[in-house]
Structure formats: structure tokens, C-alpha cells
Write a protein that binds this ligand. Sequence first.
Ligand SMILES: NC(=O)c1ccc[n+]([C@@H]2O[C@H](COP(=O)([O-])OP(=O)(O)OC[C@H]3O[C@@H](n4cnc5c(N)ncnc54)[C@H](OP(=O)(O)O)[C@@H]3O)[C@@H](O)[C@H]2O)c1
Length: 284
Amino acid sequence: MAARGKNLILITGGTGLLGPYLAAAAARRGAVMLAGRRRGQKRADLSDAAAARRLIAEAAPDIVVHAAAWADVDGCEREPERADAINRQATANVAAAMPAGCRLVVVSTDQVYPDRPGPHREGTEAPVNAYGRSKLAGEAAALAAPGALVLRTNFFGPSRTRGRRSLSDFVLDSLRAAEPVTLFGDVLFSPLHMATLAEIVFELVEAEIAGTFNLGSRDGMSKSEFGLAVAAVAGVAADTATIGESTMRAGRAPRAKDLRMDVGKLERALGRPMPTLAEEVEKL
Ligand SMILES: NC(=O)c1ccc[n+]([C@@H]2O[C@H](COP(=O)([O-])OP(=O)(O)OC[C@H]3O[C@@H](n4cnc5c(N)ncnc54)[C@H](OP(=O)(O)O)[C@@H]3O)[C@@H](O)[C@H]2O)c1
């Protein structure tokens, strides 16, 4: 990490779901500044290049973790230009504004992978929706910054952000309220608990690792297995859950059914195996 004084870590998307977890892990390593578009210590619309330059010049960070995005998959499909502005252009603006010696970490998504059987390896991307395409274009823009680290991920865990719920929150809230909830048996993924994810982000930065990595659990589950495991760990009855198929919901953006990621490259970089998804759920 940088030699001058205490590390200053700027987290864009600091007011989102993942932001508080990144902030907690960052605070163990340096001083933290959280940026949002409408809220946060610093506010900037990063799709505006001048605003991105101003934010980064004022903050003078040693590390930027760029987690700002428009992560609404169906919204991105309806408004691809807005998806491009936030997920590609804003990332390009941040990358172009990096001060010399500042490390850029970009949080990306498993949605860059195709609708083919996983686990998917880095180098096999072919997104099936506008969200995935805009994030993949953002990754390419980020890699223009020297030493950039791109982390494709998916995550869950208790939200610390008002108005935002993770998938595990949604499952538990629904079951606790005895509301019907359909858990997809035909969709596979390999997310991490947000606390695990955030720690590994900074471990990789400290090890000065650059490039593109899948950052997920080492195996994965279907969303229905995941939902039932979450309920079991929380001691919540799953009586109102039904197992269904993702194709039951009309009007959604296309999605790949198997988003499990191969984490071999990451495990080699870290020198240890990643946790299984069952181990991650146990952390709830
Ligand atoms: N959520 C998921 O399930 C998921 C899964 C895989 C990967 N990811 C990726 O993980 C990262 C974090 O996602 P999240 O769920 O924490 O996001 P989120 O809760 O939707 O929050 C989005 C954040 O981005 C900020 N933002 C949006 N547009 C902006 C703009 N034009 N300029 C500056 N900031 C802007 C928002 O600021 P305001 O609050 O002020 O508007 C907010 O802080 C994203 O890169 C996402 O693509 C998410």
C-alpha cells in the first residue's frame, strides 16, 4: 500500500448494500471515505466525468474501491442507456481520474457469464442481459488504470443499509412474516457473505494483486437450496416457501441459469481454498 501516512480508502457506492461491509473492512486498514450519488460523506454523479475527477482530486485516495453501480437487472434491460452511463461510463470516469500510485478495485458481477453450464472461468464471459453487458464494458474501462483489480462476485448477508435488502434478508423477512416465497430450483450461484467478500478485497489489495478474478464461494447451490439453508441456520420455519422455476416470472430480463464461478484463479492467488457456500451461510 502507499507509503504516505495513513491509507485513505475511497469507497464509491458506499451508501449501497455492500458499502458498509467494505467500509468496515477498510476501517481496519486506513481512513475511509464513503461516496454516494445522493447520500454519503461525499456526493457525486460519477457518470459525469468532471464530477468524478473533482471527487477523486478532493479525496486524494490511496485506494479506490468502486462499488457504485446500477444493479437492477430488469431496470438495466428497460433502460440500457442509463445502465451504460452508470455501469460503464462512470467506471471509465473513475479509472481516468486515478491519481498516480492509487489502486483501483472494481466490484463486478457473475452476470458477465453466459447461459451455459458453470462453474465459469475468467475469459469465458458472454453476458445475456444489458446489466451484464454494461458491467463487462465497465470492467474493460477499469483495466485501463495501472494495477486495476476487477472482482466478479455475488453476495448476501444482513443489510446494514436502510431501504436495501439482500437475498438472504428477503428470504428471512418473507418466511418470518409467513408470506409465500418462491425459491428457484433451477438457478445456481456461488455467492459469499458480504463480510467475507469485503475482507478478501483488501487482502488482495495488500498483496498487490491485479487483474480479473471470480470472487465467490468454492462450490455453489441452487437458489432453493440456498434459501432453505438460510432458513435452517436462522431457525426460521420454511412452511411458506415453494420451490419453483425462474421461467415462471414473465417480463424479466434474460438471465443465465448457472452463474456458479470457478474460483481456482483466486485460490491460487490467495494460496488457500475459498469457503463453501454452506460455510458462508453458517456465518449468518
Ligand atoms: N446487489 C447484488 O446482488 C449484486 C450482486 C453481484 C454484484 N453486485 C455489484 O456489487 C456492487 C455493489 O452493489 P450494491 O448492491 O451494494 O449496490 P446498491 O445497493 O444498488 O447501491 C448502489 C450504489 O451506487 C451508487 N450510485 C448509483 N448510481 C451512481 C452514480 N451515477 N454516481 C455515483 N454513485 C452512484 C448509489 O448511491 P446513492 O445511494 O446515493 O444513489 C449507491 O451507493 C455493484 O458494483 C454491483 O454491480 C451486486
